[in-house]
Write a protein that binds this ligand. Structure first.
Ligand code: ZN
Length: 365
């Protein structure tokens, strides 16, 4: 079973359709919610980066404390027309839309815990952060500037069941290459042309696809070029990614790809240009780090132990760790994220809310 109040908050939040960039109605709900509790609502200027209709929502409790709890306000897909079904052990949609549990599950857990901690007068200084555009660009967490007192934090946004936590992730290096050949009539003067398609195809056979060692992966996900069948193609663009457990390995793999591709270009008399950027960078939180210790204390009081896991995906935690704020992504139990078969077990949901409560009402020492 699920607590009536938690269920109600989840129903309220999943009644709001708010995809990335359209978070304003979720922010309005939170504003009303926290002001009713006598707390101050604040919004930053993240909309300037996300180009959406809302900034990040920031609630500083008793000065803001040394840590934050966060979840994101956007859903990756529309939940318009959502029909929630409360089964014996879980909540699902009717299968025609996502449930929106990523990340309304995390959001509900935090708001439910907040209301309870304020009512019971057990709340300790901390900051609540509700971000925009997590699903698309991490624009909210990237833009967010933590107050100087904030040292660590918790993101409520993993599909795993609590008390599992993402203590370690890969980083994601995105790239594209454009191969330049020379166009010519394919029938009259093919020898004058240099086919960018031929060059690109040979280049991609040198690419390291799939699982690379223990921590890394590689993929080319898009290829485009050419104009007509009677023209030797002069330009092809490919885009892909490398995921890597550490920055150096990722950079090294990318340099090797550039070298291999350059060699192919040279062989055919073609040229190329390329661009690469880290979409998110890796992090690793250790048991002696503050967020791990506070989490351990909170779940310890519930008779549980943290279950640290590695992840090959990114979240707001990556952007926060990049700023030097040690941050863990916590399991909420929002399973099958982004599909129409999203669901959450009452057991996980209840536990996630209890963990949120613990993280607001417990101090490290
Ligand atoms: Zn999410």
């Amino acid at each position: 079973m699920i607590d009536e109040r938690l269920r109600r908050i989840f129903e309220d939040l999943t009644s709001i359709d708010a995809t990335s960039g359209n978070e304003a109605p979720v922010a309005a709900y939170i504003k009303e919610f926290v002001e009713r509790l006598g707390l101050e609502f604040d919004m930053d200027g993240a909309a300037s980066l996300s180009k959406g209709n809302s900034g990040n929502v920031i609630i500083r409790i008793k000065g803001g404390g040394d840590h934050f709890l966060a979840s994101h306000m956007d859903t990756p897909r529309s939940t318009k027309g959502l029909v929630r079904i409360f089964h014996e052990d879980r909540i699902t949609s009717d299968g025609t839309t996502p449930l929106g549990v990523d990340d309304r599950g995390g959001l509900s857990s935090i708001l439910y815990a907040l209301e309870k901690a304020v009512a019971e007068d057990t709340i300790k200084p901390c900051t609540l952060l509700f971000t925009v555009c997590e699903e698309t660009t991490l624009a909210g967490s990237t833009f967010f500037t933590p107050d100087p007192g904030i040292r660590y934090g918790f993101i409520f946004d993993s599909y795993m069941s609590p008390p599992a936590i993402v203590s370690e992730t890969c980083g994601l290096l995105e790239f594209d290459f454009t191969f330049h050949g020379r166009s010519s009539h394919a029938g009259i003067a093919p020898e004058k042309g240099i086919s960018a398609i031929q060059v690109a195809c040979e280049a991609v056979t040198k690419f390291p696809y799939g699982k690379l060692g223990e921590k890394d992966t590689g993929n080319i996900g898009r290829i485009s070029g050419g104009t007509a069948t009677n023209v030797v193609c002069d330009s092809v663009k490919i885009s892909g990614e490398i995921r890597s457990g550490n920055l150096e390995d990722g950079e090294k793999r990318f340099r090797k790809i550039v070298e291999d591709f350059e060699e192919v270009c040279k062989k055919h008399g073609a040229t190329m240009e390329y661009r690469s950027a880290w979409d998110f960078t890796p992090y690793h939180i250790h048991p002696e780090d503050e967020p791990y210790r506070l989490f351990e204390k909170v779940v310890g009081a519930m008779g549980l132990k943290p279950v640290p896991m590695k992840s090959m995906g990114g979240s707001d935690a990556n952007a926060m760790n990049k700023k030097g704020i040690k941050t863990i992504n916590l399991g909420v139990g929002a399973q099958n994220p982004h599909g129409n078969d999203e669901f959450i077990l009452y057991e996980d949901f209840t536990r996630a809310a209890a963990i949120a409560y613990g993280l607001m009402t417990t101090t490290l020492d």
